[in-house]
Design a protein around this ligand. Structure first.
Ligand code: ADP
Length: 270
């Protein structure tokens, strides 16, 4: 069943994702009432496999989250990483590069944030900001951001070759749902602090970001490091879709407990 979901949401290598044609409010044939229970079940299975992954300490999983403002990246981290052992999960929120980050190539901070063997790394924004933002805001000449497609493909391939699985999720929301969420954020005294005036200027650049994502997903989705377009207008769909894909990957990784040292049989601890 998950194969069908993967086929439906994965961007094939070198194929345009056709974001405009992809629904943001698809419920993927699921019912909201049963989705909560289903998510709990999936998270339980993920936790069991993560326990083994950490014990095995041979493979890593990198989960990249991208999407427009208010597309739900933070919420996804909160809902889907729940239940995992925090010792083995490394979440990184990538902000506008500052300090020593600016003094190095753009992949420097990303490489440092990669999960170690046994760990799951979650990137809330990523090296993809270094293609999107300079492009949309005309910060560097085109050849500079364009050659980064090649850099990130090679970088991710290197990670894969060295034992890291890479899954990339684009949280796809509609223009109107973004408006509703930004409005709610402003109206609620407990979330007003999250308001960033640059979210509004980025909203004005909606079509430019759309074009940039369209090309970026085509250029960088690969069988070994695929992009998935997740319908994200409904939070419950978003969470369940990502969780199911992550679970399927962990199952495929099939981590195993290391063999205990010899001589345990009959050993009595005194
Ligand atoms: P978020 O919006 O993800 O909740 P912030 O409000 O802190 O978190 O926003 C992070 C900001 O940093 C975003 O506007 C994003 O575009 C920007 N950013 C992240 N990485 C880069 C980068 N490499 N280059 C330029 N801007 C970046």
């Amino acid at each position: 069943m998950v194969e069908r979901l993967v086929r439906h949401l994965q961007v094939p290598s070198n194929k345009a994702p056709n974001l405009e044609q992809r629904s943001t409010d698809d419920t993927l044939g699921w019912e909201k009432d049963s989705a909560k229970g289903e998510l709990a079940k999936v998270l339980g299975q993920m936790a069991t496999l993560q326990h083994r992954l950490l014990a095995e300490a041979q493979q890593s999983l990198l989960i990249v989250l991208q999407g427009r403002d208010a597309s739900g990246k933070d919420g996804l981290v909160r809902h889907v990483m729940t239940g995992m052992n925090p010792s083995g999960v490394k979440v990184t929120n990538f902000k506008v590069p500052a300090g020593s980050e600016k003094m190095h190539d753009y992949l420097w901070r990303c490489h440092a944030a990669c999960p170690a063997r046994g760990e799951i790394g979650v990137w809330n924004r990523s090296h993809y900001e270094d293609i999107l933002v300079p492009r949309v805001k005309n910060l560097v000449p085109e050849e500079v951001w364009r050659q980064r497609y090649r850099h990130v493909r090679d970088f991710e391939q290197m990670l894969v070759d060295e034992g890291t699985r890479v899954l990339k999720f684009y949280l796809h929301v509609s223009h109107d749902v973004q408006r509703q969420r930004l409005q709610k954020r402003v109206d609620n005294p407990e979330s007003g602090w999250k308001h960033d005036p640059s979210d509004l200027s980025d909203r004005e650049l909606w079509p430019k970001y759309g074009q940039a994502y369209e090309e970026l997903l085509k250029e960088t989705s690969r069988a070994d490091a695929p992009w998935f377009v997740i319908p994200a207008d409904n939070k419950w769909v978003r969470d369940l879709a990502v969780a199911k894909i992550v679970l399927a990957e962990l199952q495929d990784m099939n981590p195993q407990f290391p063999k205990p040292p010899p001589g345990l049989k009959g050993l009595k601890i005194v």
